[in-house]
Structure formats: structure tokens, C-alpha cells
Design a protein. Structure first.
Length: 180
């Protein structure tokens, strides 16, 4: 079954767009802002995925992209819920597993080399913005609390993933130097 049969519909030319329940909302609404930030986050992860080999990191990113589409479904269909507490707990476990491989931090990490680590840091920053957008929406409309937690954990996961990718490439992480 074809899900999208027409791409150009012209239905949004007046500044509104349709949600999955058939309702129309302004394109600059908090819900659509959160959806747009979520889309940008998923695109950033897609860019990162193109740089990863067929390893655990790629599978992790691909799985996250699937969950972000679930979260987008929640936003497109108000009062629905797809992200579960178990998915939040899975991210926590993945963070712990990845972080166990890393040296303890003495200072803040500056985003940088290698390219994959920089892309993971970019995705982390976009994730933080997406989380803020979802929190703004939650102040006006009901939002799945697990989705808020998921984005919070995801930004942590992306930070740790950036560190893992730097370590795998034998790059030396650049940390903040208070003296300069």
C-alpha cells in the first residue's frame, strides 16, 4: 500500500498543515516547531549514519532514527503515545555500556575531530533544541513524559557516542582549556 501518493498538495499554501487526525494547525505552532526540530535531528543522524561502517554504532543510530519516527507519529497524532519507559531505559543502558569504554573526563569536550564525532556532537546539539521545543509544547498541550525523557537521554547518548567515535579513530579529544 502506498503511503504517500501525492507530494504536492498545495494544502499548506495558506500557512496551515494537517495532522494525522485530520485537524489543521498553523505551520508555526509549537507542535509543528517540535516536529520540524525532530525532522532536523533525524536528518543529522542520517548524515552521521552515512559515515559509519556496518558496526554497532550504525545499528544504534539506525534504531534511534526508527524511534524518532515513532516520536514524530506521537506529535502528528495528538494524545497518542509510542515512546515507552523501556525505550528510555534501553538508552540509559546503552549510555552506560558505551561510557564504560571511555576514560573519565577531567574537563568539557570541545566538539571536533574526527568527522563522525563532530557529526554526533551536531546531532546532540539539535537533540537539545528538539527537547526544548517539546518542553515548550508540553507547557500548552499534553506530551508523553517518556518522549521528553527519551530526548534527554538521547542527547547524553550522542555525547558519549561522539567520544566513542573519537576514540575509535585514535583522535585525541580536545578539551576546554580554562587558561586560554
Amino acid at each position: 500500500m502506498a503511503r504517500l501518493t501525492r507530494i504536492v498538495t498545495r494544502s499548506g499554501d495558506g500557512g496551515q498543515t494537517g495532522l494525522a487526525n485530520g485537524s489543521r494547525v498553523d505551520k508555526d505552532s509549537l507542535r509543528i516547531q517540535a516536529l520540524g526540530d525532530l525532522d532536523e535531528l533525524n536528518a543529522a543522524l542520517g548524515l552521521l549514519a552515512t559515515e559509519l561502517g556496518s558496526d554497532v554504532s550504525l545499528q544504534l543510530v539506525t534504531n534511534v532514527q526508527q524511534r524518532l519516527f515513532d516520536l514524530g507519529g506521537e506529535l502528528a497524532l495528538p494524545d497518542s503515545s509510542s515512546i515507552s519507559e523501556d525505550q528510555v531505559l534501553l538508552l540509559e543502558q546503552q549510555i552506560s555500556d558505551l561510557n564504560d569504554e571511555l576514560p573519565h573526563l577531567q574537563e568539557f569536550v570541545l566538539p571536533g575531530a574526527p568527522r563522525t564525532a563532530a557529526q554526533a556532537h551536531m546531532a546532540r546539539a539539535i537533540c537539545r533544541r528538539t527537547e526544548r521545543s517539546l518542553w515548550r509544547l508540553s507547557r500548552k498541550e499534553p506530551v508523553n513524559c517518556n518522549s521528553l525523557k527519551y530526548l534527554n537521554r538521547l542527547s547524553d547518548l550522542l555525547f558519549v557516542l561522539a567520544r566513542v567515535l573519537a576514540k575509535q579513530s585514535s583522535a585525541t579529544e580536545t578539551t576546554w582549556n580554562r587558561e586560554t
